[in-house]
Design a protein. Structure first.
Length: 283
């Protein structure tokens, strides 16, 4: 005797084909076929009512597969908070904000970071944000512009602070290239976001008159009233400095203004994100 478990796949397919053919023939001969009984499997060619229960429960002893209990309110609430994203919403309230998916604990909103809403890299067209060799290339300098010599070189021990205003908002980091030219003698430069000067260098040169570049990944931080700046410290000798940005780390793609028609005319791209999602404010 062969058990159902050991029946070959070919045999099962053959039986299904025969059963299906017979059911189709029965359907053609009968105008009103009988409905499947409650609890019975769905059968080819038979009428299966929407109210028919095929599987009642997958839990042991026939227990409920899903239980929704809330003695103080609805069993399940799906809602979006008001326009301000009220942090005092009922505990468990889930809502979209410009910073991702937030969950309220009754007094505070907490942002859940996933691959869908965590900080993301947004590539941009290669954009030159600093070139100390010309007045036009120095327009983004908020510090260090008074320490450029006649050859367009930043003097030794100069800290250059470059703003990304108008390119993006609430930037966490950048990808790009840093270049030095017209070097005076051996020296190095460090690119970083803020805080104490790191002890490591980003680019090094060893003699006069060199033109060198190196890839850079750096934090972007705040400086005074400027919310998004990157710093470059030129050390040991004077050098012209060029910084090109090719990608930005942000909380939402619309925080990047450059080459983005949705935000190119908006001073604060977060407003556009909020309008899209119907929720203002962050987490």
């Amino acid at each position: 005797m062969t058990s159902d478990r050991s029946t070959s796949r070919r045999t099962l397919l053959r039986r299904a084909a025969v059963t299906g053919g017979a059911a189709v023939a029965a359907t053609a001969a009968t105008a009103t076929p009988a409905a499947a009984a409650t609890g019975a499997p769905v059968k080819i060619g038979e009428t299966n009512q929407g109210g028919t229960t095929t599987v009642r429960s997958a839990t042991p002893n026939g227990g409920a597969t899903l239980v929704l209990r809330n003695p103080d309110g609805p069993a399940l609430r799906l809602a979006v908070p008001g326009a301000t994203g009220d942090p005092a919403g009922p505990a468990g309230t889930v809502a979209l904000s410009p910073y991702g998916l937030s969950v309220s604990d009754g007094s505070t909103r907490h942002t859940t970071l996933t691959t869908g809403n965590a900080t993301m890299l947004v590539p941009i067209p290669p954009t030159r944000v600093l070139d100390t060799r010309s007045a036009e290339g120095r327009t983004r300098l908020v510090q260090g512009g008074d320490r450029i010599d006649a050859q367009g070189r930043a003097l030794a021990e100069t800290e250059l602070v470059v703003t990304l205003a108008g390119i993006a908002y609430d930037v966490e980091g950048l990808f790009g290239n840093v270049t030095v030219a017209k070097t005076e003698k051996g020296g190095f430069a460090t690119v970083w976001g803020g805080g104490p000067l790191p002890s490591a260098s980003t680019i090094n040169w060893w003699t006069a008159g060199q033109l060198l570049s190196n890839g850079v990944i750096s934090q972007v931080m705040a400086s005074g009233e400027e919310t998004d700046v990157v710093r470059i410290r030129v050390q040991k000798s004077a050098a012209a400095v060029i910084l090109d940005v090719t990608g930005l780390l942000v909380a939402h793609p619309d925080f990047v203004s450059i080459n983005n028609p949705k935000t190119a005319t908006t001073s604060d791209p977060r407003a556009v994100v909020a309008d899209d999602q119907g929720v203002q404010g962050g987490a």
